[in-house]
Ligand binder design. Structure first.
Ligand code: ARG
Ligand code: ASP
Length: 726
């Protein structure tokens, strides 16, 4: 009996310990320890220190995380230096907000593109930051100091927050650097990242959306792909090359390192590596978590967003003005909406839940194999299962509160911002002027992209869904009131509420804010949209969020324990931590894939494919005349491949996620060959479970970028700054 169980254990441990080729988002400072051999075997020609070295300039110094002033450590995209004058390239969809912000009906840079023909013409963007990683450090021991297995979870979280603050403060003291400590492996390890954050990032150029967003939301998350998804920015510094807010006196920043650009292109099987800031993945969830996500939460969120998108689309198609106002919002809503659908299909196809259950079964046997393990790990998977059951109704109520409530009607979202003003009392008089000034600014930004008829439809439709899909105990009071008062006619309500509200009419709101007095608070609190917003928000904050957080805190603890257990059980497996918006290295190879029965995809696309899709009748496929002309004249400069084709995109096996957009894609010599921007439909479940057979990242071929800058935009002067190698 004893013998048998030992044998069983050996088999169990062996199974599933193999790292799947190409899977993983690796920590740069640990490459030497865990990956470099593997990478070199796969073709990489350089050393780990060429990528990450804190004592000399290295490739990591040519990469920036793009963030926003208020949250610089949350990198929404990645960019890379391609000149020693601070020039960076990232995706068009990463620069989209900035491009849109500078656009008007007269200067529609989204539609027509934009190119600064000299540095004076570059456009200033408020609030965009570019962070350089200076160094990383494992600070687990300090963060978990004095914490034991018996420390209560709430106490543990407080202690951790305190320790983290101490480390960050000490690092930032007497330094220009910024520090951020984040949890890895579900809180089993902690790493400090030290950044230098630049704050003056100007728009240099972007192709028209007909190139930069070619294929639009139709082709988004798909392969084969033909999107010229890039834009260029320039980082400015003060005269000492240090970060500074925008000033006329600032000069182009001189980076420690910038990438060489290779014209050699890619071939099937070539080694590729991606550097960047992947945002969030959850690879180590249990089957019950996946169950809740794919069977309850996401289907409802998809349903809500389908409604939103249909309503926005109809109005965007009918008016060019509404199209400009809503295109960024639309793309934002559509992006996750589409990915969720792909995830559900991909996970089903992988049999992900069954696979997780199988691993959990093994885990449970292992956890019961000794008294020591039993004490730590036995039964935790089942415990988690029970928690996810408990979480289900509250999670759904939370989805509706957020998707159909707080982020439902835009006026509702906007009105929430006025909560503080409405509740200001006499003693707060001194805050009044600042608050009003801030809100005036928000109001200007809000109304610039606001179309009331569209929002009215959104309000009515989303309230109807909200109230139709939840029982009353999960509904904010005001929604129940409205339903009863209007007999379920949410359109009638929306019509009336919006015509009375100040949050739907710029003039009315300006009049109110123009000479705002404390006594106006009453008027705000009686505003029908404010009443609704307040009720949704209040309900969310008091009834949903606390219950949700309480259960999540318990799952967090169990998930951390499960993660630690998995790592203990599979000792020989090299684990990678889930993405958390810190710098990572991804490596793999250039590859097509078999998408489904009888359908196999090539690894690259060309301009021929753009011309094949060309259709002036379809917004997403309307190719600019100049690109057609260049194609027909075969005017490709020296950017064509050996066959004389103009390459556009390529697919590879790098395990990437949201946030990796704009990431440099490098060849075995560390030269820039492309820009990561997306993943292929059949493999978008890679955030939850990666499959080397079918998960592909999609990159823009750098030769297409150069061709567009040179031949299409006529901004060839930028190429002179770059270091282009044959
Ligand atoms: N799917 C890509 C990523 O997650 C690109 C999104 C932008 N493009 C779009 N058509 N919405 O960010
Ligand atoms: N498109 C994503 C991004 O913006 C990348 C991905 O999810 O693959 O970061």
């Amino acid at each position: 009996m004893k013998k048998l169980s030992l044998l069983l254990m050996a088999v169990l441990l062996f199974m599933g310990t193999q790292v799947k080729a190409d899977e993983g988002m690796w920590i740069p400072m640990l490459l030497e320890k865990y990956n470099i051999e593997d990478m070199q075997k796969a073709g990489f020609k350089l050393s780990a220190a060429d990528i990450y070295d804190i004592n000399k300039a290295c490739l990591k110094d040519a990469v920036v995380g793009l963030g926003r002033e208020g949250s610089p450590f949350h990198h929404f995209c990645t960019g890379e230096l391609i000149s020693d004058k601070g020039l960076i390239v990232t995706n068009h969809h990463c620069g989209y907000g900035a491009i849109q912000n500078h656009s008007t009906l007269e200067h529609d840079y989204l539609k027509d593109g934009f190119w600064a023909m000299s540095q004076d013409e570059e456009l200033v963007n408020e609030g965009i930051t570019a962070s350089f990683l200076i160094r990383m450090e494992d600070v687990t021991a300090q963060v978990l100091d004095s914490i034991t297995d018996d420390t209560k979870e709430e106490v543990r979280q407080k202690m951790i927050a305190r320790h983290i603050k101490k480390i960050q403060d000490a690092t930032e003291k007497d330094s220009d650097y910024r520090a951020s400590v984040k949890a890895f492996f579900n809180g089993n390890q902690y790493f400090l990242s030290v950044y230098e954050i630049y704050k003056d990032v100007r728009l240099v150029g972007a192709p028209p959306s007909a190139i930069g967003k070619f294929g639009g939301d139709t082709d988004n998350w798909m392969w084969p792909r033909h999107t010229g998804d890039f834009s260029m920015f320039r980082i400015y510094a003060n005269k000492d090359n240090k970060p500074a807010s925008y000033s006329k006196e600032n000069v182009p920043m001189k980076p420690k390192q910038s990438f060489k650009i290779s014209l050699k292109g890619v071939h099937e099987g070539d080694f590729t590596m991606v550097f960047g800031y992947p945002g969030t993945t959850t690879e180590y969830l249990t089957s019950d978590a996946l169950d809740l996500m794919t069977k309850v939460d996401n289907p409802h969120k998809i349903k809500i967003r389908t409604k939103k998108l249909d309503l926005m689309r109809a109005d965007m198609d009918a008016s060019p003005m509404v199209r400009i106002q809503y295109s960024a919002k639309y793309a934002g809503v559509a992006n996750s909406w589409k990915r969720w659908q792909g995830e559900i299909t991909g996970l089903k196809r992988l049999n992900a839940i069954a696979k997780k259950k199988e691993l959990e079964g093994k885990f449970e046997i292992w956890a019961n194999s000794s008294d020591g393990l039993k004490k730590k790990y036995a039964g935790i998977v089942a415990e988690m299962g029970a928690l996810y059951k408990e979480l289900t109704p509250i999670s759904l109520a939370r989805d509706y509160a957020i998707e159909a409530g707080i982020r439902g009607s835009e006026a509702v979202t906007f009105a929430v911002k006025f909560k503080k003003l409405a509740s200001l009392a006499k003693k707060d008089q001194d805050q009044l002027a600042d608050l009003v000034a801030e809100l005036k600014k928000s109001s200007e930004e809000f109304f610039k992209n606001y179309n009331n008829p569209t929002d009215k439809k959104l309000l009515a439709a989303l309230l109807k869904m909200y109230s139709g899909n939840l029982t009353d105990e999960y509904l904010p009071k005001e929604i129940v009131n409205i339903r009863e008062k209007y007999n379920g006619d949410f359109e009638a309500y929306a019509e009336k509420a919006m015509s009375k509200s100040v949050f739907t009419d710029e003039n009315k709101l300006n009049n109110l804010l123009g000479n705002y007095k404390l006594s106006f608070g009453k008027r705000l609190t009686k505003d029908p949209i404010f009443v609704l917003a307040n009720s949704i928000y209040f309900f969310y904050e008091s009834e949903i969020s606390p219950v949700y957080s309480k259960i999540i805190t318990k799952t967090t603890k169990l998930q951390r324990t499960y993660m630690a257990g998995l790592m203990e059980m599979q000792k020989d497996r090299t684990f990678y931590p889930d993405a958390n918006s810190t710098f990572r290295v991804h490596y793999g190879k250039v590859a097509g894939y078999k998408a489904r029965n009888a359908v196999t995809y090539d690894y690259y696309t060309t301009l021929d494919g753009i011309i094949e899709k060309d259709n002036p009748e379809i917004f997403d496929y309307d190719v600019p005349q100049k690109l057609r002309d260049l194609y027909h004249a075969k005017d490709f400069g020296n950017y064509a491949n050996a066959k004389g084709e103009m390459p556009v995109c390529f697919a590879a096996t790098n395990h990437t996620t949201g946030g990796n957009s704009g990431s440099p894609v490098l060849n075995a010599n560390g030269e820039l060959i492309g820009l990561n921007f997306d993943r292929a439909w059949e493999g978008v479940m890679s955030d939850l479970m990666y499959d080397p057979e079918i998960c592909r990242n999609v990159s823009l071929d750098i030769r297409y970028v150069l061709f567009l800058v040179d031949k299409f935009a006529g901004a060839g002067y930028l190429l002179d700054e770059m270091n282009i190698v044959q």
